[in-house]
Write a protein that binds this ligand. Structure first.
Ligand SMILES: Cc1cc2nc3c(=O)[nH]c(=O)nc-3n(C[C@H](O)[C@H](O)[C@H](O)COP(=O)(O)OP(=O)(O)OC[C@H]3O[C@@H](n4cnc5c(N)ncnc54)[C@H](O)[C@@H]3O)c2cc1C
Length: 392
């Protein structure tokens, strides 16, 4: 792979709006990605393997629980810093960002928000340091966009719960130490349970043959009469709103992360087009190529402003789920379109692993589907503005 010469576009001087802490956090993440992710990521993606050696680095840049309070091992940062960390990681690879998103927003967040103090003390510091890795089990083979229909269930056996069912498409599952699993009780109410590797009847087979997020491990969570201690139930929130609250936090991170992937594709295409000579001049001098670049930087700038404003609202606890959906949907589509255009600008070289664009493009096919598909986020906006439910 070519050396990482990334220079971040900032067309509307967004840096003026960031605090010194935002810039410090972002620059540390940016440097780490250049040093520890870019040189190895293409090889791991080609091999379809998650590079476990970067777990410590992810913890050091604050990617595991950026906004979780420091008393639990988190970085204690605000929502904009969290977003900027996700942006920088996804600039390197969406699969690596997925690992961080799951750990932070889908595992640490529910334990912090819905768990007991004992659960927080037991799990959060180890998850923040990367000593333990987590996964989040919501999706099932027959229930993706409609998680409320889940059939995974648990029964009260007096001194423990008995968990049965299966989850599919679970990031980090093959190597997770703990899983936050969503299941229905005997009354059909959804609750979160913390399941630990080693519990009898719990297995995590890996899903192979992915053409997307190849540097992220994906798999199943299978529960066959798993005895879960009663103290592993998350007591402070139940119902579908509990997992959806976690998804809000992760989707917000994705809205920033997608900007990172788009920035990398744009920056690569800009540099390449100024160096690549055809018909006696750089291809960047042709109007058709300039149109592509001009539209890319316009869309990136709009996405940056959307994410920044959403971050302000999140900091004030005023961001609605529908606002988050809009940003996730817009920014991921923006990134995937830019990846496709940038890929073409590199001609044949665009399809090789010499450059990051094709990997971003394939990764974004998952990002546009997970955490609520592109269509589902549109329906969420539709419901929000009309008050009419078009889901069913
Ligand atoms: C790489 C990867 C990692 C993932 N990681 C996780 C994870 O860690 N944890 C987890 O729980 N899940 C995870 N997922 C699952 C992901 O969230 C689901 O794939 C997603 O929610 C869509 O579900 P589905 O694949 O079953 O598609 P379906 O729900 O079957 O949707 C198929 C199509 O139908 C459309 N559709 C569905 N309902 C409607 C409707 N009412 N109106 C109009 N169109 C509709 C959808 O938009 C989509 O285009 C991951 C997925 C991938 C690909």
């Amino acid at each position: 792979m070519k050396p990482d010469l990334f220079e971040a576009p900032d067309y509307y001087n967004l840096d003026d709006l960031f605090t010194d802490e935002h810039k410090l956090v972002r620059d540390a993440a940016r440097e780490w990605v250049k040093r520890d992710v870019s040189p190895i990521i293409e090889e791991y993606a080609q091999r379809a393997e998650f590079p476990k050696q970067i777990i410590n680095g992810l913890a050091e840049i604050g990617a595991f629980g950026p906004y979780i309070p420091e008393e639990y091992g988190g970085a204690g940062l605000d929502q904009i810093s969290y977003g900027l960390i996700m942006q920088e990681i996804e600039r390197g690879d969406s699969g690596v960002r997925s690992t961080a998103s799951v750990q932070s927003s889908l595992v640490m967040y529910p334990i912090w928000k819905y768990g007991t103090e004992e659960q927080r003390q037991k799990y959060l510091p180890k998850l923040a340091s990367g000593e333990w890795m987590g996964s989040f089990g919501l999706t099932e083979p027959d229930h993706g966009s409609n998680p409320g229909g889940m059939t995974t269930n648990f029964k009260d056996m007096g001194d423990h719960y008995l968990l049965n069912g299966a989850k599919l498409w679970i990031s980090n599952s093959p190597f997770c130490d703990v899983a936050v699993v969503w299941a229905k009780n005997e009354e059909g109410r959804i609750h979160g349970l913390i399941v630990e590797r080693g519990m009898e009847g719990f297995s995590t087979p890996e899903t192979h043959n992915k053409w997307s997020l190849r540097a992220s491990a994906t798999g199943e969570l299978i529960f066959q009469d798993v005895k879960v201690p009663k103290e592993n139930l998350l007591p402070n929130k139940s119902g579908l709103g509990a997992p959806l609250g976690c998804l809000d936090s992760a989707r917000y991170g994705i809205a920033w992360g997608a900007i990172g992937a788009a920035m990398d594709c744009y920056d690569t295409a800009l540099r390449y087009s100024k160096e690549r000579i055809q018909f006696g001049k750089p291809i960047a001098a042709f109007q058709l190529q300039q149109k592509k670049l001009a539209e890319m930087i316009t869309e990136i700038t709009k996405a940056q402003l959307l994410a920044f404003r959403l971050g302000q609202l999140k900091n004030e606890n005023r961001a609605s789920s529908a606002q988050i959906s809009m940003a996730k949907r817009n920014n991921v589509e923006m990134a995937i379109k830019i990846a496709r255009e940038a890929r073409q600008m590199l001609g044949g070289m665009g399809i090789t692993g010499e450059y990051s664009i094709m990997r971003h493009m394939m990764n974004l096919e998952s990002v546009i589907t997970y955490e609520g598909t592109h269509d589902i986020h549109l329906l969420i906006t539709g419901l929000d503005i009309t008050g009419l439910n078009a889901f069913k």
